[in-house]
Design a protein around this ligand. Structure first.
Ligand SMILES: NC(=O)c1ccc[n+]([C@@H]2O[C@H](COP(=O)([O-])OP(=O)(O)OC[C@H]3O[C@@H](n4cnc5c(N)ncnc54)[C@H](OP(=O)(O)O)[C@@H]3O)[C@@H](O)[C@H]2O)c1
Length: 197
């Protein structure tokens, strides 16, 4: 399964480190092109490749980690998405104001999924800060990562990847139920939860 990351900032690069440290090969893209990713790719080592957005969008599993207001521009012209898994790591809030975007109560991943026709979209990797995400084996246990989405098979594949990375994945259910791990608003993101035993 080929894996890519669209977005190479705090969360995109944390995901890239996790994957390459686990021995997986990844490609990664940002808005400024592969040349601008040279320092990050040099740090990540031979398992990482800087690519164009079009190349990143062709992977079997695509992480999306882009500032909320930039997602439409990042996805414009990409696809077709049929069959691909897209992991939505985004939250509808951003610096510098950290004022939540008004979505009328709709789960943010549902909004993102509309921009990805045919993709199997899974919400995950959205509720931990980069420093916690960097450390799956925590305090003698496994850090919890919450997953939600409409397609059971896609969630199963993402949970397998989460397990491979050293976390303990928990399927919260569909995207509406995934609101429990929505940031801001849900009760789970603020907690640093670790499974022991
Ligand atoms: N930081 C956190 O603690 C945290 C935790 C969980 C989830 N998240 C979510 O993760 C997402 C990313 O946050 P972040 O903190 O990683 O942001 P960030 O550090 O500002 O990085 C954003 C990334 O998005 C890329 N980007 C922006 N516009 C783009 C476009 N049009 N096409 C392609 N790439 C584009 C940027 O590339 P360029 O630099 O080339 O423009 C950059 O690599 C957000 O939705 C945020 O809510 C953040």
């Amino acid at each position: 399964m080929s894996i890519s990351i669209i977005g190479a900032g705090a969360i995109g690069s944390a995901i890239a480190r996790l994957l390459t440290n686990t021995g997986l090969e990844i490609s990664i893209a940002n808005s400024r092109g592969p040349e601008s990713l040279k320092p990050l790719v040099a740090e990540l080592g031979p398992r990482a490749r800087a690519v164009s957005l079009e190349q990143a969008a062709a992977a079997d599993l695509v992480f999306l980690a882009v500032n909320w207001s930039k997602i439409p521009a990042a996805l414009a012209g990409l696809g077709p998405w049929e069959g691909r898994i897209v992991v939505d790591a985004n939250n509808p809030i951003e610096a510098p104001l950290f004022k939540p975007f008004e979505l009328g109560g709709e789960p943010s991943t549902q909004v993102v999924a509309r921009m990805l026709p045919g993709a199997r979209v899974v919400k995950a990797f959205n509720h931990l800060t980069p420093n916690l995400l960097a450390n799956p084996g925590a305090e003698g246990g496994k850090r919890l990562l919450f997953v939600s989405g409409e397609q059971a098979d896609a969630k199963r594949q993402v949970i397998e990847l989460i397990t491979q990375l050293g976390f303990h994945g928990i399927d919260l259910g569909n995207l509406q139920q995934g609101q429990l791990a929505q940031f801001p608003g849900g009760p789970l993101p603020a907690l640093n939860l670790v499974k022991h035993g």
